[in-house]
Design a protein. Structure first.
Lengths: 204, 196
């Protein structure tokens, strides 16, 4: 009975003792510098305004927008559904809890993308994942959706569909008038019966 | 599933398949250890069978040793593991309720499904009660919310809370487990054998 358990007991104790005697592991509180460099030099942290708008319109529940500007700016104008965490307060415990939520894609934005990128860097150093930056910030957002220029008639179909998408986004957020371009393919063609020629009457 | 998926050894699509497989293995081991018998589980409270204590502490020690060694050799990042936040009040209140139900029904939630799988009727009633309890809880939650979220300690661990070395703490857990195994054997010898 006792013999049967001798080996597992020795194994358990042995592994536990070895663990204590091992030389201490080099640990980083934050992300290691080389990993940070790799992530900073990549562009994968930037999400385009189009992509974010698409997710907002589709009410993506995993999207969480964070406005890192000062509260005064936030109160003046902010993106729908965004939370305000000014950069200076980003390391407060309650804010870390918000940003550290599992399964959420956190998107930082500011007027440009400088402040948001700083917030991204701080949170990355804090070891957070699934954090992104809105590329170009609110300026880019405004340029993309509100200073929208209709494409030239010679524009490619991609440019036209991008224009239509952005126009749709503008209407979604502003409730503006619908300005759809009539699509020739779906327009109903009314075939008017040809008028019978009136018989010539007298004349020359 | 770490360390295979984060290291790109297998694609992330395997997550659910592996979860299913592990779940089946877990259920099999629970059944094979006799956890689908409420009488065997009740043995812990009456002192005639300590299989629950033995299995759970062996599992805990095995997994903590596995995680710490994988972490030490860099195959798994201990810091990336999700640590459930501790709400002290609700942990105590919930523990009392859970223990009461455990002693009353002879199952914990996991083992009750195990027993349902082999066709035990009492386990079926037990798991239906579980769902009923969850359903009713949603209605009383607004009244319980303050108590539920009070004394939040965040995502803490025992060695983190007492700021001691994790490895030393684990060694004490191993010693405690072995001590409990010995104590359980001694108690079991004293208590009258129950036929079940």
């Amino acid at each position: 009975m006792i013999k049967k358990y001798l080996f597992p007991v020795i194994l358990m104790l042995g592994l536990g003792i070895v663990l204590m005697l091992l030389p201490p592991k080099k640990t980083y509180e934050e992300i290691p510098p080389d990993e940070l460099l790799r992530q900073v030099s990549g562009n994968s942290r930037f999400l385009s305004a189009d992509l974010v708008a698409d997710r907002m319109i589709n009410s993506d529940p995993s999207l969480l927008l964070i406005d890192v500007r000062e509260s005064a700016f936030y109160n003046e104008f902010s993106l729908p559904g965004a939370l305000n965490i000014p950069l200076a307060k980003i390391l407060e415990q309650e804010n870390i809890e918000i940003l550290g939520q599992e399964g959420m894609d956190i998107v930082f934005y500011s007027t440009g993308d400088l402040l948001a990128d700083q917030a991204w860097m701080i949170c990355k150093r804090k070891g957070m994942n699934d954090i992104f930056v809105l590329k170009g910030g609110l300026n880019e957002w405004f340029n993309s959706f509100f200073l929208l220029q209709p494409p030239l008639e010679t524009a490619s179909s991609e440019e036209i569909s991008l224009y239509q998408f952005r126009n749709g986004v503008k209407q979604h957020f502003t409730g503006g008038e619908v300005q759809t371009q009539a699509n020739p393919a779906t327009e109903k063609v009314i075939v008017a019966p040809r008028q019978k020629k009136a018989a010539a009457e007298g004349g020359c | 599933m770490g360390p295979l998926i984060p290291n790109n050894i297998i694609p992330a699509d395997w997550n659910n398949a592996i979860a299913l497989l592990l779940g089946m293995c877990f259920g099999f081991v629970l059944e094979a250890s006799g956890f689908s018998s409420s009488r065997k589980i009740m043995g812990t409270f009456f002192g005639y069978d300590f299989v629950v204590l033995r299995v759970f502490f062996t599992a805990a020690v095995t997994s903590i040793l596995g995680i710490l060694y994988l972490d030490y050799f860099g195959w798994l990042d201990f810091g990336q593991l999700y640590i459930h936040p501790t709400y002290l009040t609700s942990a105590i209140v919930g523990g009392v309720i859970m223990g009461f139900g455990f002693a009353l029904g002879g199952y914990c939630p996991g083992t009750s499904y195990c027993a349902v799988a082999i066709g035990k009727l009492d386990a079926l009633v037990y798991s239906l009660g579980l769902f009923l309890g969850i359903y009713l809880f949603t209605f009383v939650y607004p009244w319980l919310e303050t108590m539920f979220t009070s004394n939040s300690l965040g995502n803490i661990t025992v060695p983190g809370f007492f700021s001691m070395n994790t490895y030393v703490f684990v060694f004490f857990v191993i010693l405690a487990a072995l001590g409990m195994f010995i104590a359980a054997t001694l108690v079991q010898r004293k208590v009258k054998k129950v036929d079940y």
